[in-house]
Design a protein around this ligand. Structure first.
Ligand code: RRO
Length: 289
């Protein structure tokens, strides 16, 4: 048993937001209850259609996405997805996104009435939308403002998910901590772009997208290490984790837990294999000087 910012989990390995939907598809292929926690796809106040296709393309050791926050909105989450997830014992952390601070606050207030929701992850780092999303997470003053205003609206621990698309992530991390964040998760995807040289067109309709997968792991490990030197609250490491050894890098860099994302698309049991593999290691070890 581990406890991250007050959220009790069987182990420190979670399914990352956006790669696991609301658990429905995966529940037929693997045992959700073995996960430390499940972080949902982003939920916004109103439904969103997302960006036009193509919105996913493979890249060396990773992929680019530009989903654009597609989701059915808070009402459908509460009426359909949360009741389904409630059949399982896995702790549910809801990733919350929006265009305005008020939208984040309203979603968090509604989620606070739901005992199944054990935590919220504030997505201030989505790279693929015009308004909201990453525009909060690249500015320390806006990060502080949104966390300060949303924190009191949530009964449960608030995790703030950080973007790597900044010059100094420790400045944003400290702003989130000052405003009352209970934990930080990092990193969201790295802004990228790919061009089809035959058609001479960008591979994504939105031209740019978020890069994930093993290609970004060294960036993520570096940022977790930097943030771990700068703040005292728990850090959840995310970025290209495929094996137990990959996860271990994040623990050694200072993370207390990890999330597995893109690897789920390759092997739906990736997180479960990582949980098994980590049993051979002492996770409280830190990097040797
Ligand atoms: O939906 C997306 O396009 C998306 C989101 Br909300 C996010 O946080 N990170 C990402 O890579 N894509």
């Amino acid at each position: 048993m581990v406890e991250i910012a007050g959220i009790k989990m069987k182990n420190p390995v979670m399914a990352a937001s956006g790669t696991f939907g609301f658990g429905e598809e995966y529940s037929e292929l693997m045992d959700l209850n073995k996960l430390g926690a499940l972080v949902t796809k982003s939920v916004t106040l109103k439904p969103r259609e997302g960006n036009p296709p193509p919105r996913i393309t493979e890249t060396p050791a990773g992929m680019l996405n530009s989903i654009g926050l597609q989701n059915e909105g808070l009402k459908v989450f509460l009426e359909k997805h949360l009741p389904y997830l409630s059949k399982f014992e896995v702790p549910v952390i809801v990733n919350v996104a929006g265009e305005t601070i008020e939208e984040y606050a309203e979603v968090c207030k509604a989620l606070s009435r739901e005992p199944k929701v054990k935590g919220v992850e504030l997505n201030i780092s989505c790279p693929n939308v015009q308004r909201g999303g990453m525009s909060f997470g690249v500015d320390p003053a806006l990060t502080e403002e949104i966390v300060k205003k949303v924190r009191p609206c949530a009964r449960m621990p608030v995790i703030v998910k950080l973007t790597p698309n900044v010059t100094d992530i420790t400045v944003i991390a400290k702003a989130a901590v000052n405003a009352g964040a209970d934990a930080l998760s990092l990193i969201n995807t790295v802004l990228g772009m790919a061009i089809d040289v035959k058609t001479k067109k960008p591979k994504l309709k939105t031209i740019t997208g978020g890069l994930s997968g093993p290609a970004i792991r060294p960036i993520a490990v570096r940022m977790v290490w930097q943030v771990a030197q700068a703040v005292k609250i728990p850090i959840i490491g995310i970025g290209g984790i495929v094996t137990a050894e990959d996860a271990l890098e994040f623990f050694l860099a200072g993370a207390s837990a990890v999330q597995v994302g893109t690897a789920n698309f390759v092997d739906c049991e990736a997180a479960l294999k990582i949980i098994e593999g980590l049993k051979a290691y002492n996770l409280s070890d830190k990097m040797a000087p």
